[in-house]
Write a new protein. Sequence first.
Lengths: 161, 741, 294
Amino acid sequence: MNTPINIKVKVNGKEYKRAVEPRLLLSDFLRHDLELTGTHVGCEHGMCGACTVIMDGVSVRSCLIFAVQADGHEIETADGLGTEDALHPLQQAFMEEHALQCGFCTPGFLMTIIPFLRENPNPTDEEIRTAIDGNLCRCTGYENIVKAVKKASVKMAGKAK
Amino acid sequence: MSKIKHMIGKSIEKPDARDKVTGQALYPGDINLPGQAYMKVLFAERPHAIIQDIDISKAVKLPGVIAVLTAKDVPVNEYGLIMNDQPVLCGPGSKKPFAERVRFIGDQVALIIAESESLTEQAKKMINVEYQDLPVISDAREAKNDHGKLVHPDRESNVFCHYQIRKGDLEKGLHEADVIIEGEYITPVQEHAFLQPEAGIAYIDEEDRVTIMVAGQWTHEDQEQIAHSLDLPPDKIRVIYPAIGGAFGGREDMSVQIDLALAAWHLMKMGIHKPVKTIWSREESIIGHHKRHPYFVKTRWGATHEGKITAAEVELVTDGGAYAYTSTKVMGNATLMCTGPYEIPNVKVDSYAVYTNNIPNGAFRGFGGPQGAFVAECQVNKLAEAINMDPVEIRMRNLLREGSLLSVDTPMPKGVTIDKVVHKCAEKAGWKNTDKGWQAPAISKKNTDIIKHGIGFACSYKNVGFSFGAPESCTAKVELHGKDTIEHAILYHSGADVGQGAHTIFIQFMAELLNLPLEKIHLIASDTARTGQSGSASASRITFMAGNSIVGAVNNALKKWINNERPAIAEYEFRPPKTTPFDPQTGKCQPNFSYGYVAQVVDLEVDTQTGKIKLDKVICVDDVGKAVNPLLVRGQIEGATVQAQGYALMENFIQKEGRTYTPTLSTYLIPTILDIPEQINSIILEEADPIGPLGARGMGEMPFLPFTPAVVAAVHAATGIWFDEFPLTPERVISKLHEKG
Amino acid sequence: MKPAAFDYYAPASVEEALDQLAELGYNGKVLAGGQSLIPAMNFRMARPAALVDLNNIKDLGYIKEPGEGGLAIGTMTRDSVVEHSKVVMDKAPLVVEAMPFIGHSQIRNRGTFGGAIAHADPAGQLPGIALAMRARLHILKKGSDRWESIDDFFLGPFMTVIEPDEMLAEVVLPPLPEKTGTSYKQVSRQHGSTTQAAIASVVSLDDKGKVASLRVVMMSVGATPLVSSAAEEMLVGQEPSEAAFREIATKASETEIDPSTDMHATAEYRRHATHELIIQSLTCALERAKGKGG
């Protein structure tokens, strides 16, 4: 039952080959096996959204996926978003709009919003709120997060022109 | 890079934000050290029992298990922020009397240290604990009078703290009143639900100090408590805070700190030099750390037809849970604030903190203030109704002013501005100050058969600082570097940034005082080996205390700079004006040296079919003295308001017979973005506090306080029903609507 | 907590999956979206000895329009795909209406249409929606298959007629009559959290504006989603009216359900909410039915 299974996962553009127990959660795989601690664990039962990552282009809860299920798939995490010198416009907007306080929930929000903005480059406030209703934040009261998404969408739309 | 002047009042970005948006920030659970071992706790999971025996023999033999620690392994098996009434580990074998008793489900019985986390879980199952169950004491009101069933057998009663206030002549005051309003209120338990569950890592550092990296609120208090339990001098313990994933008071007391230090130290004594790491699950977090105190209140207030409050009598009973934690301090605040920000000539208050077998209660944003404010504001709103007076008008006739005497018979510290805050809030919400007094606006939205609208008003004040004579100080050390001009500066400060932006504020103060750009300020924070005692990040005190400490340290450093010392290094310990404890008979005292003031209006609708309450608009006016960073101030207002909304409407912590039925985020529900008000208008007033650094007052807690009573007032306006208990879940609303008929 | 250990199989085809399930028997459990199963495993409330992961079988994800009308949805079709499908909006708007209430977008990106129905959570939305839509279910096992009516599908909380060596492959939603309006209403304490009570209504009118057929399904108020017989008895062949809706709501909430009290809601509140939501749901469904040229 604990026999490790070989998997090959692409994370933030880099391919990783590892042997993992079936029961290892994707969140733990990223954090412990790959030492990418940008994905955070808040509850391990799918309620808080802190562990959200992007799998094959859609946002999913990494605490509700086994690492073995990521075999052959592509994962994007906050660790790979933007670079030291060039932050992603969404990261930049979060900073400018004070959309984070303790920051623990922030990677989960970012990885929920990125696919959302890909599908909805010009969202209304209402659409933004619905998109992030699966991410809990205990510090900010959420308003600034909506502002940050709005700001980022405008900037990203401008760049796309 | 040009020098920046006037850094105060600027909404600069937080310097820690970059690491947080890139996922680079390290929270305690993210830190890994080579060769680390893993630790898990065996919790009691029963509310009241005597441990007859703990058999760890099978567990220690499991390959990969390094150690299993129990009570006998703790040198001084006790801890507590105010009273050392809690064993580190429960069970026989230690010198702590009655430590073999478990008194709540989160009491810790054993620590399992192993090569992997899954091994710790396996080993945990192999530990056999023999319990003799005892009757569970779960109702604080019953426990108060029942001396036969004691949570702590070394005491004579379950009441572990009592305060009283006697001002004027209550009976005379009630006699003078034209109306008397009696009320019975119950405020609920609330869970912090910070997103980052408890975690940490411990190791022995290069100077043989037992070092822990953990999320907390008070580095030096953690250090002191660990030193006490390990029977080591404090300087042999080192506490470092990395990034902290929220606190709200929930990290004020110990959770994993002593466990971690004990584990690393024990391993060292075994000759094993391994760091020890622990991460709690959400369930362990909910069971293992303290909550907001519930309060059971009986009260009677009197007022004249002219709206003068003549008397207030309040009895408060609070459930402290199994151990004291900060119950005495919380109750001190509630005792003071239960009569509201009003000048009342005749006051009688009795408050009691009672032990039970429930999860202990302790610090949580507001610290007794929300509970006190609920009572006071509901009573005032009911008095207003009884004498047919507008709720703002009645407040204006009774609010504390400059020099007013509190219920504890001492004058307010200078800079009382609650009347300005109330005025501004009322105005913003549409009240008009007519020649007949303040008048509420007419409801603009039409009621239907199903949807009823209402607005409600409440105001409050919140102390800044520890209160009631608790020793308080804050230390900063500043180093100025350069040749002829100051080129860069280093600040050493322990003050914890729990997300509120404390570190940003420190840097802003430095930049302002030294006329340097932000990039030239370097902060070394939250490490007992390098930074001095700052006191906790709590009680809305950090901006005030740290700001003043930085002002002092910079002044001293500048004197040295002028004297050509290079680098110029100076330390400064700021001590605020003294406060004093309650007089045991009269309650007379100087409770606080500074306050912040807040008023709120809530505009909502009640769906009388489903019982759901929808918040349309919230207006919040806060006098913060000086908004050092307006963006951060608004962040606190919005965050506090949404937390208060959870408290008032959604968060329902269910505990029965000492067991909790809501230990997960799927059963304990906190607001999502779709649950929050449509609009929160936060208005910041800046009436300088005479002793605040650059005029700043503390403000992190106060937006929380008036919210619930404002909601209750609005629901009353909508439905005609006064709710004396909350959260106002749809069940509660429907049930009361049905009662009304 | 972390899940207990299990054996893991990831078949690449339906045949392989059925072979695996046949071999594992009672020890095997299908892993579909995992959004309900994995949290239960994280709490160790579920400890399957072996998981047969269907996520690699592309053939199980589809939305087709069969010749006889209606929809055929492959069991592994992601909820979010169903949610945003134009053809589902057109043919089964009730499903799309309920989707935003099902957890959150991240959950729906992984959760599957068939998986939710097979999971049979009494508080779940899709089981009740499927019941309201009179779904038919294609259940496969090594060497054979069968079709079940949704009316016979649910046996109890988290229990269906699917045997351990079987798997759900497809859910067929029969076509709705022309003048049909549907409506989904629910109450929950937090957006996206467990429903306290929910109602799905399907109302079809005849040419004269009378009720030709209807189904009112009550969710989260019993061991399984429940069809209200009172609704059918009182309204089929009759003129729909607010008074009739009220009568149905009273009869259904007072005599047809046996709600329980738990940490999400009290029995009394569930009963009350069911009453209110039946009225709201039927009123809305009727309006929509009329809107279709009725």
